[in-house]
Design a protein around this ligand. Structure first.
Ligand code: ZN
Length: 529
């Protein structure tokens, strides 16, 4: 075939192709991925066959670095290696928030990790389905270190004399608002544990039938850890090396057969709220089984990427894997991806030391919440960070400088592929290096303003910093017709005393960057910069 050799020699380069399509032509411009496809500027992939080619040419690229188009690679915990993320539709499960407290910036770092994965896949034209659970029951009566200090939701509900689920919903709302402030693209599904009890019960029934779970002498249902041959696959914590006395999930589980077994269903005991009927009596599910049941229910028995903070690696993910594989009869998760710890001002964030930093604390200092996003991306997700006010403030200054520069560089909408930035994203989300490259481009006098702007726009597809937002003083504040309509609807809802509707609309507006306040003279609004 005429173009075979040329095509084979141009893989990884930017090419222009004209395809014969019946009597007409179809033109393609993008980076050649292989002999059959190229990645277009907008990240979508176009396919062709060599015998269709009427015209073929390598297009000189701006940065003259040989472009290596590649798949996204991520560091996978179990294999301790970089793994290629394959497939046209990637299934992602992320362990979501426990909604009896606000998610702090360390939690947000994990949710940002999922966002960076999804945006990088999108850059390759790869679709994804994303699920993030909401733990509103089952993990409420213990802290991550295993110490039990009572059910937080029930405690708070009693204190405020409100329904326990109202507390959970309040924190869930704040979680979604924080995600929006950090430009984290919402998951496709946010299943709540409390609304998936039938799925959880049926998963436990299946585990009992398969001989992987049993009813303990105390009436609780436990998973039989020894029924999982490969326990320790993710964390390396093999059962024979785990000493009795290690705090696994719940303490005071006197009824289990083996010290490493964990509870799937706990009987209500003295609890009268947040309990459900089950074949084993009223009670509530354990935390680990919730993720197994909901991921199998929504994603099926093949999950490409499972994301969580490093503290969930053991026991949560190890236990989750044992349950999920026992239910599916196969290895369900292909890649376990973990985000590293974050310290704040040199210390582990803890309520007791009073140094828990929330997204709202950043806004309260007059800083753009996206400055946190930028500050987090100055390090790769699997490096430990010591976050400081100084680094967030510096990131805020960079953000403002870049937005000003973008406005100075014109208003073009062109997005220019930059091979170096692209390969940093694909190489295990090396965001720190992508940011360094942007700083170099910003200073490089040999690069024209239009190209600078176009490359910044390219990078921002993954960085998600709203670099084209403009700077407050330069932007004319104007509401969209939709926002005006929402404000009117909210005023009407308040006049009718429909507070739920009024809150719902306020949240919708908040997602669009419009903060609504209520005063003596009715509502007022402000567009967040
Ligand atoms: Zn989980």
């Amino acid at each position: 075939m005429r173009f075979e050799v040329e095509v084979a020699g141009a893989i990884g380069q930017r090419v222009s192709i004209r395809l014969r399509d019946g009597d007409s032509f179809r033109d393609l411009l993008g980076v050649l991925r292989d002999e059959k496809s190229l990645v277009k500027k907008d990240g979508t992939v176009a396919t062709f066959s060599i015998d269709q080619i009427a015209y073929f040419r390598v297009v000189p690229v701006f940065n003259r670095v040989k472009l290596e188009i590649s798949d996204l690679h991520l560091y996978e915990t179990a294999s301790r290696q970089l793994q290629k993320i394959e497939g046209e539709q990637v299934r992602i499960y992320s362990c979501g928030p426990t909604v009896y407290r606000d998610a702090h910036i360390g939690n947000m770092r994990t949710f940002l990790l999922t966002d960076l994965i999804r945006r990088s896949l999108a850059l390759n034209g790869v679709d994804n389905i994303s699920v993030s659970n909401i733990t509103d029951v089952g993990h409420m009566s213990e802290n991550l270190d295993g110490s039990d200090s009572g059910d937080k939701v029930l405690e708070e509900a009693a204190k405020e004399s409100v329904e326990p689920l109202a507390i959970a919903r309040r924190y869930e709302d704040r979680f979604h608002k924080d995600l929006a402030l950090l430009n984290i693209i919402p998951a496709d599904f946010y299943p709540r544990a409390s609304e998936n009890i039938p799925e959880i019960i049926s998963a436990i029934e299946k585990l009992i039938a398969a001989g992987s779970a049993y009813c303990g002498s105390d009436g609780n249902i436990y998973f039989d850890a020894r029924s999982s041959d490969s326990y320790g696959y993710i964390s390396g914590n093999k059962l024979d090396a785990l000493k009795p006395g290690h705090r696994y999930e719940y303490i005071g589980d006197g009824g289990k057969n083996f010290h490493a077994d964990w509870a799937l269903w706990k009987l209500a005991g003295k609890r009268s709220e947040m309990i459900w009927d089950s074949p084993w009596g009223p009670g509530f599910p354990g935390w680990h089984i919730e993720c197994s049941a909901m991921s199998l229910y929504l994603l099926g028995d093949s999950v490409d990427i499972h994301v969580g903070g490093i503290d969930l690696r053991f026991p949560h993910h190890e236990d989750e894997r044992a349950q999920t594989n026992a239910l599916a009869g196969k290895e369900v998760v292909l890649n376990w991806i973990h985000g590293e710890h974050l310290l704040f001002e040199g210390k582990k964030m803890a309520k007791s030391s009073g140094n828990v930093l929330l997204v709202s604390d950043i806004a309260a200092r007059g800083l753009d919440p996206l400055a946190l996003r930028l500050a987090l991306m100055e390090n790769r997700y699997r490096a430990q960070i010591d976050m400081t006010w100084q680094s967030i403030t510096a990131a805020d200054a960079t953000l403002q400088r870049w937005r000003k520069a973008m406005a100075m560089w014109g208003d073009g909408a062109e997005v220019k592929f930059d091979g170096e930035i692209y390969s940093h994203f694909m190489n295990d989300l090396e965001t720190s290096k992508a940011l360094l490259r942007l700083r170099a481009i910003e200073k490089d006098e040999s690069i024209g303003a239009q190209d600078k702007r176009a490359i910044f726009l390219f990078a921002d597809q993954v960085l998600g910093l709203d670099l084209d937002r403009g700077v407050e003083a330069d932007v004319e504040i104007e509401l969209t017709a939709e926002a005006r309509q929402l404000l009117d609807q909210r005023a009407a809802a308040r006049a009718a005393g429909d507070w739920a509707e009024s809150d719902r609309i306020r949240d919708l507006l908040a997602v669009d960057g419009i903060d609504v306040r209520d005063g003596k003279d009715g509502q007022s609004w402000e567009i967040r910069r």
